[in-house]
Design a protein around this ligand. Structure first.
Ligand SMILES: *[C@@H]1O[C@H](CO)[C@@H](O)[C@H](O)[C@H]1NC(C)=O
Ligand SMILES: *[C@@H]1O[C@H](CO)[C@@H](O)[C@H](O)[C@H]1NC(C)=O
Ligand SMILES: *[C@@H]1O[C@H](CO)[C@@H](O)[C@H](O)[C@H]1NC(C)=O
Length: 265
């Protein structure tokens, strides 16, 4: 009698342990999901980079991608929030897998040797607030998909080999504060829509091949304090109305391209 009740009790304990084990395994699998997807995306990014073997040695495909170099995650979901791989001598290209990092708010890849085009999938990183790809060897057009990044505040693409026009759709990014496209090979006019932005504080366009004239609409940039269009092929005069743009603290225009008299601001 005592023995059989002991056996029944033991069976219950075993069953309880099994159930607990299953619950824990299920919880672990759930945790792995959000983070696991981002870990796989990071490994795809690494595969796209050249010379990543040393710099990203700890990106090993293991479970804890949040501890990898340059990665910071949300503490609960393990989704990647921030990626800082600046100045690591990385080559190769930016993988389209970047678009899978839906929670990514902050990305700094400046000062590497990245080449190829900026992938259209960058527009799928819907949480991005800060994007710095400056001082690389990126070429091709600025993808229109960047205009889908409605949270974006800082877009820094200077010192690359980007060509084509400045997408006028950049004006659709409501909180864009810093737009730095200097030292590329961009052509065409400065899109007028860019001027109708009260939030923009910094517009760096120096050292491209932009043509056309400056528009009187510049005065609509009421938040702007930095404006640099030196070293382009802009022509014409500086709009007189610019003297009324009192928020401009730093205004660089290439005087030699303009009527000198009007270049005294
Ligand atoms: C990224 O990391 C580098 C090196 O630690 C640091 O100097 C830089 O400020 C970081 N980038 C940003 C935008 O915080
Ligand atoms: C400006 O135009 C001239 C003549 O078309 C050209 O030779 C020069 O390289 C251009 N400069 C820039 C900065 O694009
Ligand atoms: C500058 O502003 C003043 C006062 O608002 C206005 O009378 C004047 O016409 C403006 N000048 C230019 C060149 O827009």
């Amino acid at each position: 009698m005592a023995q059989s009740s002991l056996r029944r009790w033991a069976a219950r304990v075993v069953a309880l342990v099994v159930v607990l084990g299953l619950l824990l395994a299920a919880a672990a699998a759930e945790e792995g999901d959000g983070g696991g997807g981002d870990g796989a995306a990071l490994m795809a990014l690494k595969a796209g980079f050249g010379n990543a073997a040393n710099a990203l040695a700890d990106w090993d495909g293991g479970r804890d991608h949040c501890a990898w170099r340059g990665v910071a995650c949300d503490a609960n979901s393990f989704a990647v929030l921030s990626l800082n791989l600046s100045n690591l001598n990385l080559g190769g290209e930016i993988s389209p897998a970047i678009g899978e990092l839906k929670a990514l708010q902050f990305m700094d890849l400046k000062g590497n040797k990245l080449t190829g085009q900026i992938p259209d999938e960058i527009g799928d990183c819907v949480s991005l607030k800060y994007l710095d790809l400056s001082f690389n060897l990126l070429y091709g057009d600025i993808p229109f998909s960047i205009s889908k990044l409605k949270q974006l505040e800082d877009l820094i693409l200077k010192n690359n080999q980007l060509t084509g026009p400045i997408p006028s759709t950049l004006s659709q990014i409501p909180n864009l504060k810093i737009l730095d496209l200097a030292q590329n090979q961009l052509t065409g006019d400065i899109p007028r829509l860019i001027y109708w932005n009260e939030v923009l504080q910094y517009l760096g366009l120096r050292g491209n091949s932009l043509t056309g004239t400056l528009s009187p609409d510049m005065c609509q940039l009421t938040g702007l304090w930095y404006f640099d269009v030196r070293g382009n092929n802009l022509t014409g005069t500086i709009p007189l109305s610019i003297g009324n743009c009192t928020s401009f603290e730093i205004l660089y225009v290439a005087c030699y391209d303009f009527i000198i008299d009007q270049c005294i601001i």
